[in-house]
Design a protein. Structure first.
Lengths: 80, 236, 309
């Protein structure tokens, strides 16, 4: 009973599993904002903007702050 | 020879620490004193569950054993181990993090799938995780209509979260990746042999126990830390 | 023995943000109404907001929600209190730990706070981290002199046992007002109201909900709760006091389930600390909403008859 998991994993070592787990955590808790992640956020923001009038106003107030972030995401460079 | 037997990812814990961002950073100080196991409510009912052994395996990087175990999913989240720990290791946070890692490996989806409704139907649609719905007919008979009781207590018949509040948590869910996370859970189907049709049986990887077939490749968990205990097993 | 230095740090505000709990609202409305009314009697004006959602702790720790969603959800709920310049008062141990711990985490991690605040700014909010979170039992202990002055319905001859719940004392062992192994503040409150404290062996044990175990590992959960209930029944209290609606729901509902499954006879009424204070402060009986309780209904009626309706 105690050794079943070794069969399930086959030839994979703990190191392989560790690397995979580490990559998963890194991606999950990353604070960076690459383009792919920015694009994934778009549908949520559009949904929020179309929900009601005051949500749209609040989101538009945020737009000036967002432009440099978008630029950074597109060019992949940090602006000085 | 020893290198072949020893299958541990030694650096894993060191790499993991910065990612855990201060939540679970003291575990290398674990004394293996077993106070956590001594007061654990889950260990009291099932002897194979042992927080001490799980901490040891996590710090040593014996990941295959931890991630594929049933025991990881038996924690009660009572924080009793944290309250008695002489080195202040917050074990429940470990369990929380490594349940995510186990899901990434394909374990434990059948448990999570059963809880999906709380997030999708209640938290995101109504803003309140526990709804007024009662499953138990005897409870329904005893208490009757909950909105009537609320009105008698001087409260509005139903607690409602405003539309603005709902729009905000839905945006948080979309932006923080919770929605896509839940889509993954939605991709798992729970089946049992009684209702299984031929097409599903074809896709089924574990022939004797086709408990789950879906887009996610799910696997069965094992009792990696000893024989399962508890009353149910003692009688069988 | 409560940590008196911690207790004196709790302010006696004129107003407080009343954070409603999901189980308290939808299963045991008496907790919500009693908490509200008794705070009012004690001179603290509760303020609520219908934009407040559930704390999100359940879905996060049940691994149904991505953990990244938890911080913004906490920040959003705390920012509602910050907008009004108030501290938050919660009814549930789970809400307390979740808001307290993650709020504390964000206050000490500027990077995380900045990324959460970006999301908050999109919604026209901001999380500053100025609001403290207090459990309603802490508030009651802080206001115990006012409680003693306002007792209208003394609990004379009522035997009361306590159950503290894990997430308050265990999860917040440095922020809670009492020691995790030997807490006594609820006993003090009971004595102020005139009740008799009944000790029992399994006092410090978990209620057995095990967060999700009641759904996923029902055998483990029921076995543990039965152990607890056996010990409670041996001491035979008239009331079992909890300070967490989730423990409340487990201890109340599992009694009925065990009676049905095993032909046992558990009949101990379980009530929340807010309801006990409400009972002592003389709130009208419909406000206590005992109609929503499942186990020990007859005994509750007897207690009410004895101390006066």
């Amino acid at each position: 009973m105690a050794d079943n998991f070794l069969e399930a994993y086959g030839k994979e070592t703990s190191r392989d599993v560790g690397t995979r787990t580490m990559n998963y955590f890194r991606e999950l808790f990353s604070l960076e904002m690459p383009l792919g992640r920015m694009m994934k956020m778009m549908p949520g923001m559009i949904k929020f903007a179309t929900a009601s009038k005051d949500t749209r106003e609040d989101l538009f107030k945020f737009m000036p702050q967002m432009m440099p972030m978008m630029k950074q995401a597109f060019t992949g460079k940090k602006e000085e | 020879m020893l290198e072949q037997v020893k299958d541990w990812d030694d650096d894993f814990y060191e790499k993991f620490k910065p990612i855990a961002m201060g939540f679970v950073n003291e575990a290398e100080k674990c004394l293996q004193c077993g106070k956590c196991t001594g007061q654990c409510p889950a260990a009291a009912v099932t002897p194979s569950y042992n927080p001490r052994k799980i901490i040891r395996d996590l710090v040593n990087g014996n990941l295959k054993r931890v991630l594929s175990s049933v025991e990881l999913w038996q924690c009660f989240f009572c924080s009793g181990c944290f309250s008695v720990c002489p080195m202040d290791i917050n074990f429940p946070f470990f369990v929380f993090m490594f349940r995510l890692a186990a899901m990434n490996e394909g374990y434990g989806w059948e448990d999570v799938k059963q809880l999906e409704g709380y997030a999708e139907k209640d938290y995101l649609r109504k803003g309140i995780t526990v709804s007024t719905f009662e499953r138990n007919p005897e409870v329904v008979e005893t208490i009757g209509d909950i909105s009537k009781i609320r009105m008698e207590a001087g409260l509005p018949p139903e607690r409602k979260v405003s539309d603005r509040g709902l729009a905000e948590i839905n945006m948080i869910s979309d932006l923080s990746g919770m929605t896509s996370f839940m889509k993954k859970i939605g991709g798992v189907e729970l089946l049992d042999c009684k209702t299984c049709n031929d097409e599903q049986a074809k896709r089924c990887k574990t022939k004797p126990l086709p408990s789950k077939v879906g887009k996610i490749k799910t696997k069965l968990r094992f009792y990696n830390y000893g024989e399962p205990g508890g009353k149910a097993h003692a009688e069988a | 023995m409560p940590r008196l230095d911690k207790v004196t740090q709790i302010p006696k505000p004129e107003q407080i943000f009343f954070f409603k709990s999901c189980v308290a609202s939808n299963k045991y409305p008496g907790i919500e109404s009693c908490g509200w009314e008794s705070l009012k009697i004690l001179g603290v004006e509760p303020v609520d907001s219908d934009e407040q959602t559930c704390c999100g702790g359940f879905v996060t720790f049940a691994n149904v929600a991505a953990p990244t969603a938890s911080m913004p959800a906490v920040a959003r709920n705390l920012s509602l209190a910050e907008e009004k310049n108030l501290d938050t008062c919660v009814l549930c141990n789970g809400c307390w730990t979740f808001l307290n711990e993650f709020g504390h985490f964000m206050n000490h991690n500027e990077e995380v706070k900045a990324s959460v605040n970006m999301m908050m700014n999109m919604m026209g909010r901001e999380y500053k981290g100025t609001s403290n979170v207090y459990h309603i039992a802490e508030m009651f202990y802080r206001l115990k002199d006012d409680i003693a002055k306002n007792v209208k319905r003394p609990l004379k001859g009522v035997k009361v046992a306590t159950h503290y719940g894990c997430h308050y004392l265990g999860g917040g062992k440095y922020t809670a007002i009492d020691d995790a192994q030997m807490p006594t503040y609820m006993e003090e409150l009971i004595e102020i109201l005139g009740g008799t404290v009944v000790p029992y062996t399994a006092n410090r044990e978990c209620c057995g909900t095990g967060f999700t175990q009641i759904i996923n590992g029902k055998d483990l959960s029921l076995e543990h709760t039965q152990h607890k209930l056996d010990s409670v029944q041996e001491a035979d209290p008239d009331l079992l006091i909890v300070q967490c609606p989730y423990c409340h729901s487990q201890l109340d509902r599992v009694q009925q389930q065990l009676n049905y499954r095993q032909g046992a006879n558990y009949q101990t009424p379980v009530i929340h600390i807010a309801q006990l204070i409400g009972l002592g402060l003389g709130l009208p009986v419909p406000k206590l909403a005992f109609a929503a309780h499942i186990s020990g209904r007859q005994r509750l009626e007897e207690v009410l008859d004895r101390i006066g309706r």
